[in-house]
Design a protein around this ligand. Structure first.
Ligand SMILES: *Cc1c(COP(=O)(O)O)cnc(C)c1O
Length: 387
């Protein structure tokens, strides 16, 4: 049996042909395919605007900048995320802080958020932006977080890097009913891929304008937005300090083709989860669950060891799984424990639920194409190791 990764892309002949078609066309970048891809994702999510960029990291960066994060302002997120979520605020010179997780879903705890907001208000240190992360593809309780945003006046960026194809209250994640914008990632391990790539959805036309400018050097060609008269048809003005965060036409063609398969991918991930539930039943493991009102995209399947003696052997169990050619992983190391963040003054001990989660978590393989035989190998190996 060849090694089983924890996640991988599913690329078929149709995807290859879509990319090759673009290579034979007039535009490799800044052509018609990126807007078509954006429209496709916007339609899927039921939002007016989608802005494609070169990665979710780039998406988070310009979303933070466009929403006004800067020195003196703060972004709050969860400690159990990829470092890119909080790094985005640091790129803007802003501060970050973390809200501990809910032990059931491992998403940011709404109760902890509420308590921390009440405290921050007394100290005059309210966050400017809160960035909930839909861990494993399972939506946070966005209606509750949005309710707190109305009371405390913060903006919301949903980090839905794991969650395209998921639903909350029966509507697609990314519809921004309860947020200012939503960020997706199209890295090959995620639900759909453009190799590297990301995208932001929003309902706010001004935010869309800012994001479009920041994606491309802060330049505008709209005379309405210029200072003074235009010099002629060639004229543009740089009015913000932007970046080159554009997605290429090749990537957008792959993304469009992958969007055709999105529902099938997520359905297959649900079938894999059902099989894991049957295969792993009765083992001393805590299996991941969907939150209330959530239909997960199931990007990840993180189980937790559920006995103190097993938690003490976390590393050994992990290594034995790797020895059995099961390329398990851990999502995530708490961000406050990273050396860069420790130097900023963070301590993982201040996020006890995140630390408890980290010490027990193992990410099992889940991706379209994972076979029943491979899943059985994972289950048999776990049974042997946990006996
Ligand atoms: C993958 C990921 C990112 C970064 O995505 P890229 O497209 O690789 O930049 C950000 N946040 C979370 C939660 C992720 O899983």
């Amino acid at each position: 049996m060849k090694p089983i990764p924890y996640g991988r892309q599913s690329v078929v002949e149709r995807d290859v042909e879509a990319v090759v078609g673009v290579l034979r066309s007039d535009f490799l970048t800044q052509g018609p395919v990126v807007p078509r891809f954006e429209q496709r994702v916007a339609d899927h999510c039921g939002v007016p605007y989608a802005i494609a960029v070169s990665s979710a990291t780039a998406a988070l960066h310009i979303a933070c900048q466009a929403l006004g994060l800067k020195p003196g302002k703060t972004l709050w997120t969860t400690p159990i995320t990829f470092v890119a979520t909080s790094n985005a605020a640091l790129y803007c010179g802003a501060d970050v802080d973390f809200v501990d997780i809910d032990p059931v879903t491992a998403n940011m705890s709404v109760a902890a958020l509420e308590a921390k907001l009440a405290d921050a208000k007394k100290q005059g240190k309210l966050p400017h932006v809160v960035a909930p992360v839909h861990l494993m593809g399972n939506s946070c309780d966005m209606e509750a977080i949005h309710g707190l945003a109305k009371i405390y006046g913060f903006k919301i960026i949903e980090d839905a890097s794991h969650a395209i194809g998921g639903k909350y209250q029966g509507r697609p994640v990314g519809d921004c009913r309860f947020s200012d914008c939503t960020v997706f990632s199209f890295h090959p391990v995620k639900i759909i891929t453009t190799a590297e790539g990301g995208l932001i959805t929003t309902r706010d036309p001004d935010l869309r304008e800012s994001l479009m400018r920041l994606r491309s050097h802060g330049i505008t060609r709209d005379p309405e937005r210029m200072e003074g008269p235009s010099h002629g048809p060639w004229y543009y003005q740089q009015i913000d300090l932007g970046f080159n965060y554009r997605l290429t036409e090749l990537q957008a063609a792959l993304g469009l083709s992958q969007m055709d398969q999105l529902d099938a991918f997520v359905e297959e991930r649900h079938r894999i989860v059902e099989r894991y539930r049957a295969l792993l039943a009765g083992l001393p493991l805590r299996l991941p669950v969907e939150g209330r009102d959530s239909y997960s995209a199931w990007h990840l399947y993180v189980v937790r060891l559920d006995r103190p003696d097993l938690i003490a052997r976390h590393r050994q169990i992990f290594e034995s799984l790797r020895d059995a050619k099961i390329e398990v992983n851990v999502h995530y190391i708490p961000v406050p424990s990273q050396p860069y963040y420790r130097k900023l003054g963070f301590h993982e001990e201040n996020y006890p639920e995140a630390l408890r989660y980290y010490r027990a978590a193992i990410t099992l393989p889940i991706f379209p194409g994972l076979t029943e035989r491979e899943q059985e190998h994972v289950a048999t190996t776990l049974k042997r190791l946990l006996a």
